[in-house]
Structures are given as structure tokens and as C-alpha cells.
Design a protein around this ligand. Structure first.
Ligand SMILES: [Zn+2]
Length: 415
């Protein structure tokens, strides 16, 4: 049935793209730059031999549509943009696997599959230039904060709306792209894992359960500055000591939560001199979990711990929220189909959450049943030219992802 699918071709095309748009330092397909445009022109040339319609939406996302018997729609997504000096797989693997699957579906169904199949290349997933990731997909989902985005500037002082104008996109209209999601019944995205979980388990592929919710706070302990020589230990109000005593408890909270993770990423003290007890200690805390109830619990426990150690240390504590995003769990039926496809392709599957956000999180937030498949990353690293995956695993992921696309088409028909 899959004789038209040629995973080796996907690997060859990824190498072709690397040669075309990379240099000695890695991939250079930064969104809205000439190299990005060149990559997209190359992509469109590959697609144009198929009986498809290709257009760019109001946010600059590129849509390729293979019309089927039904208006019902299967979406496959990825992003051809990269960070500066990026890897050869992040984002474009998803797109090129999608191209191969379109070829297979077109051949197998003589140009008319049972449902409509669309490949989307999201614009500026990485946010490398303006520091705001998921631009195209968040415009499409309706979640993009227009006021925030309007004010974004790059290192040269160019505003996002002006950069968009240069490539023919009207910033004030980007949310019109939301109409593309009409009739969308399922969204699939393949991605390199960018972490070490599958590598450590020695498994090529995994089914992704969703993307983590995030709670990001600054916690400030307020004590009293005092001379480091003249102040006896029992008379001190040491803000740093309270923060330090709380820290191990924060990590225990993450451990108790099951799959949660937490990071105390920074610690700043005032007055910050060698001869003074610390008056003020500000740390940042990033907590993540796939389960919103457990994430909320992690936050409650962290607040309780901060108050306990503040009280014990005779200092005060205050919290400030820096950023927050809800977990985006994926669709249970599609997770099961993803698992099944992986087992058929290579025998064994594993379910894992995604720490990084992806365009799929935006599509899921728009209410469209979504799932992602991860393929193992060597070195557990990405956003770096050493990012890599074994070629046999790349071929395997195209095969498994194609099986998932077929199962999802059948699932959509039954809905
Ligand atoms: Zn990516």
C-alpha cells in the first residue's frame, strides 16, 4: 500500500535543503529573510508537480491543498524557518515528511483522497529575530497578542510590522489567517525530540502527550543588610539564607509531582557585597507540568515553602508572576493512533510530554484534535549545527508518520 512512499527521498531532500540554505555554521533560514524565501521557493517547486493548490495566508503561512472527496480536512504542519546557525532537521523534517506523504496519498488515491489533505509551513516558528516564537501559528489560532507583537523590534531597530510589510504581509490583518482552520478535523506534526529521553531509552520514536504548562515567577526575600563582622548569627535577617533553604524543597516538589520539572534559573542579591548580610534576594522559578491541576499544586506548594522558610529566617517574601501558559494536552484518539503507527513501524513506542512549545500547541489551543510524533535526537541537542538524528531513524519516522496520516484520514471519515 505504501509503495509510493520513499523515505530515502526525504533524507536526500533534507540534505539538498541544507546545501541550499546553510553554511559552515549551520542552517540560516531565519524567517522573513531572503534565505527563508529561497527555501520556500525550493519547497513550492517540489510541490508544484502535484495536483495541489498553493497559497500564502494573511500571516505568511504557506498552505498546500490536495482536494479530496470530502471538505473534511487533515492538516500536516511544520516550519521551514530556522534559528541562525541552526540544525538541519528542526522544523524542515516535519515539512519534508509532509511533502513525501502528500506524494504517497496522491499516488494511492489517484489525486483524490477521501478527505482533503493540507500541508502548512508555519511562518516564523522560531521567533529568532523578534524574540517571539510561534508567530504564524498563534496568529492563525487567534492567540497572538497584537499589542505586544506590534511593539517588537529586532537588533537593528526594525519593527515587526515593518519587517512583515517588506515581505508583503499586512500586520493588522494577520489574524485573518484563522479562516484557514475551517474544516480542519485533525492536525499532525512530526518533530525531532530536541531532548535526551528517547535516546536514553534507546527508542527511535515516541508519541507526544501534549506540551507542558508553564508558571514563571520571581520570588523576592526581604531581610536586612547588616555588617558581616559585627552582627551575631542569631540576630540576622538573611534574605539569601531563606532562599537557599527553600531551594532543595522546590526540587522535591517537582519530584513529588510525577513528570513535572522546575528550574531556579537566577539569583540576585542586594547589596551584593562581600561584607554585608543579604538584604534582598530575588530568584526566578520556572515550573512546568503537563497536568494543569498538578502544575497548580506545584505552585501552591512552592508558595507555602517560601513562606515557611521566610518565617523561620525572620524575613519576608513576595511573589511576582512573570509569565504563564496552560498545558496543551493532545487528543487521546490521535495519541493512540500515533502509538499504534509507531509500534507497526518499529515494534515499540513510548509516550512523552514535550518541554518545548511547538506550533502544534497553538493548533490544539484552537480546539483542533492534535498530536505530535517525536523522533530521537542524537546528543539530545538542537538549535545548534551539531543537531542530528540517525538516517535510519529519519527514514523510520517518515514511515511511521505516514501510517499515522493514513489512520487519521480514516478516523476523520468516521467522525
Ligand atoms: Zn521546531
Amino acid at each position: 500500500m505504501n509503495s509510493a512512499l520513499n523515505p530515502k527521498r526525504t533524507v536526500a531532500e533534507l540534505k539538498e535543503l541544507r546545501t541550499l540554505t546553510g553554511n559552515d555554521n549551520g542552517a540560516q533560514r531565519i524567517a522573513f529573510t531572503p534565505t527563508w524565501t529561497k527555501a520556500r521557493e525550493w519547497l513550492q517547486k517540489k510541490l508544484s508537480v502535484l495536483p495541489v493548490e498553493i497559497h500564502r495566508d494573511a500571516a505568511g503561512n504557506l498552505w498546500t491543498t490536495l482536494r479530496g472527496e470530502s471538505e473534511k480536512c487533515l492538516l500536516i504542519g511544520g516550519h521551514i524557518d530556522s534559528v541562525p546557525n541552526g540544525g538541519w532537521l528542526d522544523g524542515c523534517l516535519n515539512v519534508m515528511a509532509g511533502v513525501e506523504i502528500l506524494r504517497r496519498i496522491n499516488t494511492q488515491y489517484y489525486g483524490k483522497p477521501p478527505v482533503t489533505v493540507r500541508l502548512v509551513d508555519w511562518a516564523d516558528e522560531e521567533g529568532a529575530r523578534f524574540g517571539k516564537s510561534l508567530f504564524g501559528s498563534s496568529a492563525c489560532s487567534g492567540n497572538l497578542d497584537m499589542n505586544e507583537a506590534r511593539g517588537l523590534v529586532d537588533k537593528q531597530g526594525i519593527k515587526l510590522p515593518d519587517a512583515l510589510k517588506n515581505v508583503g504581509i499586512d500586520f493588522e490583518r494577520v489574524k485573518d489567517s484563522g479562516k484557514e482552520l475551517k474544516n480542519a478535523d485533525a492536525y499532525l506534526e512530526l518533530h525531532i525530540e530536541q531532548g535526551p529521553v528517547l535516546l536514553d531509552l534507546d527508542l527511535p520514536l515516541g508519541a507526544v502527550l501534549g506540551t507542558f504548562g508553564v508558571e514563571r515567577h520571581a520570588i523576592t526575600f526581604h531581610g536586612q543588610a547588616a555588617h558581616s563582622g559585627s552582627t551575631p548569627m542569631n540576630r540576622r535577617k538573611d534574605a539569601f539564607l531563606a532562599a537557599a533553604r527553600m531551594s532543595p524543597e522546590i526540587y522535591k516538589i517537582a519530584e513529588r509531582s510525577g513528570n513535572g520539572v522546575c528550574t531556579i534559573g537566577s539569583c540576585a542579591t542586594k547589596p551584593g557585597i562581600v561584607t554585608s548580610v543579604v538584604e534582598e534576594c530575588r530568584i526566578t522559578l520556572d515550573q512546568r507540568h503537563l497536568d494543569s491541576a498538578k502544575l497548580a499544586q506545584m505552585l501552591i506548594e512552592a508558595k507555602a515553602a517560601s513562606e515557611k522558610f521566610a518565617k523561620e529566617g525572620n524575613v519576608k517574601v513576595s511573589w511576582e508572576r512573570l509569565w504563564q501558559i496552560a498545558p496543551r494536552p493532545f487528543n487521546t484518539d490521535l495519541i493512540n493512533l500515533c502509538d499504534e503507527s509507531i509500534r507497526e513501524a518499529c515494534g515499540k513506542s513510548h509516550r512523552l510530554p514535550s518541554g518545548p512549545l511547538h506550533d502544534a500547541a497553538e493548533v490544539a489551543a484552537a480546539g483542533i484534535p492534535t498530536v505530535m510524533m517525536f523522533v530521537q535526537s542524537l546528543h539530545g541537542i538542537s538549535h545548534n549545527k551539531i543537531e542530528d538524528t540517525k538516517e535510519e531513524h529519519l527514514e523510520l519516522c517518515v514511515t511511521a508518520f505516514d501510517k499515522l496520516a493514513e489512520k487519521a484520514m480514516q478516523w476523520i471519515q468516521k467522525k
